[in-house]
Design a protein around this ligand. Structure first.
Ligand code: GUN
Length: 283
C-alpha cells in the first residue's frame, strides 16, 4: 500500500510547537521579507509566510519594492535590516526581477540573520558538513518529512532532479552527509529514466507539470514532488500522481506535501536565529 507523506499535518505540528514556545518569550522573533516586483506567485508565498509568522506570534515586516528598484536601493534596505537589532531573520523572496544581481543581494545579508541559509557563509558551512546558522528551508523540510516516516536515507540511491541553490544543490549535500549515494540530475542529463529507475528515492524539483510518470519509478521507491506549477487546471506538481502512486511506497502530494514544510521550516529557522542572537547578547 502506498503511503501519502502528509507534509501539511507534520508542518502543523511543527508550527503549533513554535507557537507554544513563542508564547513564553518576553520579546518576539521578528522576520523581515523583501519582496521585489509583482510576481503573483511570489506575492502569494510571501502573504502566506507573513500570515503564518503572525499566527505563531512572531513580529513580521514585508518590504515591497517595485520591479525597477535599483540594486543599491535593495542593498540599503538589507544593510538597515542587518543593523536593526529587532530584526532576527531576513528573507529576500526569489526570483528577483531580471537585471538584478541575485548573488550580490543575497551576499549582503548578515549570515546570522540569513533565514534561508543562502549566503556563501551558511551554504559553505553546509557543504563542508559544519553547522550553518540556518539550513535552506525546503531541503530541511523534505528531510524532516522523510525522517518523520522513518524512511531510511543512509546507503540509499537517491536522485535529485534539479540543481537549484534553493532546493537541489543543498538537498543533495544533506543527503550525502546522511550517507546516501546521490545523483544530481539536471536538464542536460542523458538517460534520466535509467537513473530514476535505479533510485530508491526520487526528488523532482524541475518545475514541469507531470514530468515524472510511473515509467520513471522503480516499484517501492519513495517519490518527493517539489514542483508547484500553475496551470490552466490548477496547481500541479512535477509528478503524475496517479501513475506514480501505483508504483511508489511513499509519495508527497501537491498541494499538502513539501510546500507546507517549507513554511514550517522558515518559522523554525526564524525562531532558532532569534535564540542564537539572544544567546550571543546574553553571553
Ligand atoms: N522562492 C522559492 N522558494 C524560496 C525560498 O525557499 N526562499 C526564498 N527566499 N525564495 C524562494
Amino acid at each position: 500500500m502506498t503511503v501519502i507523506l502528509d507534509g501539511k499535518s507534520l508542518a502543523n505540528k511543527i508550527i503549533e510547537n513554535i507557537k507554544i514556545n513563542t508564547e513564553s518569550l518576553s520579546k518576539k522573533p521578528k522576520l523581515a521579507v523583501i519582496l521585489v516586483g509583482d510576481d503573483s506567485a511570489s506575492q502569494i508565498y510571501v502573504k502566506n509566510k507573513q500570515k503564518k509568522a503572525e499566527y505563531v506570534g512572531f513580529d513580521s515586516i514585508v518590504i515591497p519594492l517595485p520591479s525597477d528598484v535599483t540594486e543599491e536601493n535593495i542593498l540599503e534596505h538589507i544593510y538597515i535590516l542587518n543593523e536593526d537589532e529587532n530584526i532576527n531573520a531576513i528573507l529576500v523572496q526569489l526570483p528577483l526581477p531580471k537585471g538584478i544581481n541575485q548573488k550580490k543581494i543575497l551576499e549582503a545579508i548578515d549570515p546570522i540573520k540569513d533565514v534561508d541559509g543562502f549566503t556563501s557563509y551558511n551554504f559553505g558551512r553546509l557543504a563542508l558538513g559544519y553547522m550553518p546558522y540556518a539550513f535552506p528551508c525546503t531541503p530541511k523540510g523534505i528531510v524532516k518529512l522523510l525522517d518523520a516516516y522513518n524512511i531510511e536515507i543512509e546507503s540509499k540511491n537517491i536522485i535529485v532532479i534539479g540543481r537549484s541553490n534553493i532546493v537541489g544543490k543543498p538537498l543533495s549535500l544533506i543527503f550525502q552527509q546522511r550517507n546516501a549515494t546521490v545523483t544530481m540530475a539536471n536538464s542536460y542529463t542523458k538517460n534520466l529514466k535509467e537513473l530514476t529507475k535505479n533510485a530508491d528515492i526520487i526528488v523532482s524539483a524541475v518545475g514541469k507539470p507531470n514530468f515524472i510518470d510511473g515509467s520513471f519509478v522503480k516499484q517501492g521507491a519513495v517519490v518527493v514532488d517539489v514542483g508547484i506549477n500553475r496551470t490552466e487546471v490548477g496547481i500541479l506538481g512535477d509528478v503524475d500522481f496517479p501513475s506514480v502512486y501505483e508504483k511508489a511506497s511513499f509519495i508527497t502530494p501537491v498541494p499538502g506535501g513539501v510546500g507546507p514544510m517549507t513554511i514550517a521550516e522558515l518559522l523554525e529557522n526564524t525562531y532558532e536565529l532569534f535564540k542564537i542572537q539572544r544567546s550571543l547578547i546574553l553571553q
